[in-house]
Design a protein around this ligand. Structure first.
Ligand code: SIN
Length: 490
């Protein structure tokens, strides 16, 4: 096993090698090797938990539920604030761990840690505002009262592309609402999750409230989390096909669910847009995390009048994005998560070239290593080519020309996905019309980065259901209970 002191951390205790269940670190017989996608080097070994440990974690969460839900919102907020503070105090180490296991550039990884911590801070406060209601009754001797209560034990499965923030976004809302929590993080990136557990323990979050089970039995552990009768709510971030399977498993016990699934985000540049701002927004939205986010721009639509100008400036911006090991200074685009991911992206690109797309930049694997793909710009793309039809999940920008508003809205909406969309325009009438007609859960208007703790994150169509972040995100972890108070007449 790797000596943790080699990893360049201030606090080597942040590397934990065991699942965290009921306040204890649990070892298992077999181990998983966590490797750095930039070079294939082993970062750490982690105990490989399975179905039994997942059941133990659910039992622990069930056992802690009464105690945690009975705490006042203030008490919960105090403990969550400790957790937030510890995450921010350890931002550099957490960022480094994240880059080592996931690959993204260190500055972006530290940004993700702050983004994740922000959910803990935000929901700690919002938990104090879980208000009920009184409603005029149907007759004089009755009153209608509405209270909100935690749903119960929450189970989560989280992805490798945001190993910290996707856990924080779910756990923060759950804990603030008074629920207890079990998460199975992606097998490729368990170290960020376990570091969060270490800090939760130091923050004083009681045993059983936050549990992390790491293991490669995705199907077996997934079945426990989606079918266990003591799990009241299941939440997932990941691909649409996997989401559909998990959703059907949740039906067996009629769980409350939230699903944050795939996307195919259009990024529309109208002729009246500020072109420099649009270029900057497109670069940020497309190349964040090497193109591996559900809200990344997937198709860039540019109105014919500004096509040449936008393409030239955008390509010049892409050329400047340094590719390499995320720990190296100046790197913007790190490795992709695996060589399979690189091959999948390359297949979409080559199939689109075969159908007539023109290569302006890239379109090939990068010599930096087997997990690297060059930042790519393709022109003369049409909306039915493979790079436009599929979620690319890589650093590839297909540019599609359009003539008018009607045409581009039809093309933008021509997908089963509906997570994020972006457009750049200055005409206020157009801004309202387009924002209302795009069939997406989130719209960036003259903005390429839209995610933050105060905003409702989530999609429509096959991009999922439920919202994370914001006051709406808290509702996903609360049940509404109606009290009918009668017999008030003497
Ligand atoms: C995701 O890729 O699912 C999350 C992106 C974000 O939170 O901005």
């Amino acid at each position: 096993m790797k000596n943790h002191s080699d990893l360049g951390l201030e606090d080597s205790q942040l590397i934990q090698n065991f699942s965290y269940i009921n306040g204890h670190w649990h070892s298992s017989e077999s181990q998983i090797s966590v490797t750095n996608p930039a070079n294939g080097n082993e970062v750490a070994k982690v105990s490989n938990a399975g179905v039994i440990e997942t059941e133990l974690a659910v039992n622990a969460a069930k056992g802690a539920l009464k105690m945690w839900s009975a705490k006042s919102a203030n008490e919960r907020a105090g403990l969550m604030r400790n957790w937030f503070n510890l995450m921010m105090q350890n931002q550099d180490d957490l960022g480094r761990i994240l880059t080592l296991e996931q690959g993204k550039a260190l500055s972006e990884a530290k940004g993700e840690v702050a983004y994740g911590a922000a959910f803990i801070e935000w929901f700690a406060e919002e938990g104090k505002r879980v208000y009920g209601d009184t409603i005029p009754g149907p007759s004089g001797d009755k009153r209608i009262i509405v209270i909100k209560q935690p749903v119960g034990v929450v189970a989560a499965i989280t992805p490798w592309n945001f190993p910290n923030a996707m856990i924080a976004r779910k756990a923060a809302a759950a804990l603030a609402a008074g629920c207890t929590f079990v998460v199975r993080p992606a097998t490729q990136t368990p170290l960020s999750a376990l570091a969060m557990a270490e800090l939760a323990q130091r923050a004083g979050i009681p045993a059983g409230v936050f549990n992390v089970v790491v293991g490669d039995d995705a199907s077996g552990m997934g079945k426990v989390l989606t079918q266990h009768p003591d799990v009241a709510k299941f939440t997932f971030t990941g691909s649409t096909p996997v989401g559909k399977t998990l959703l059907s498993q949740c039906a067996t016990t009629v769980k409350k669910v939230s699903m944050e699934l795939g996307g195919n985000a259009p990024f529309i540049v109208f002729a009246d847009a500020d072109i420099d701002a649009a270029v900057e927004g497109a670069l940020l939205s497309k190349y964040r995390n090497a193109g591996q986010t559900c809200v990344c721009t997937n198709r860039i639509f540019v109105q014919n009048e500004v096509l040449e100008q936008f393409t030239e400036k955008f390509t010049a911006g892409v050329e400047k994005l340094a590719i390499g090991n995320g720990l190296d200074d100046g790197v913007i685009i790190g490795p992709m998560i695996s060589s399979k991911a690189v091959n999948d992206v390359d297949k979409l690109v080559q199939a689109s070239i075969a159908q007539g797309a023109k290569v302006i930049l890239g379109a090939k694997k990068d010599p930096a290593g087997e997990n690297f793909y060059q930042a790519t710009v393709l022109s003369q793309v049409s909306n039915d080519m493979p790079v436009a039809k599929n979620e690319i999940f890589g650093p590839v920008s297909p540019i599609i020309a359009f003539d008018n508003e009607e045409e581009v809205i039809a093309m933008a909406n021509d997908t089963e996905f509906g997570l994020a969309a972006y457009f750049y325009a200055r005409d206020i009438g157009r801004i309202w019309r387009v924002a209302e007609r795009l069939e997406y859960g989130m719209i960036g208007i003259n903005e390429g980065i839209i995610s933050n703790a105060a905003a409702p994150f989530g999609g429509v169509k096959q991009s999922g259901s439920g919202r994370e972040g914001s006051k709406y995100g808290l509702d996903d972890y609360l049940e509404i209970k109606y009290l009918c108070l009668g017999g008030l007449d003497k």
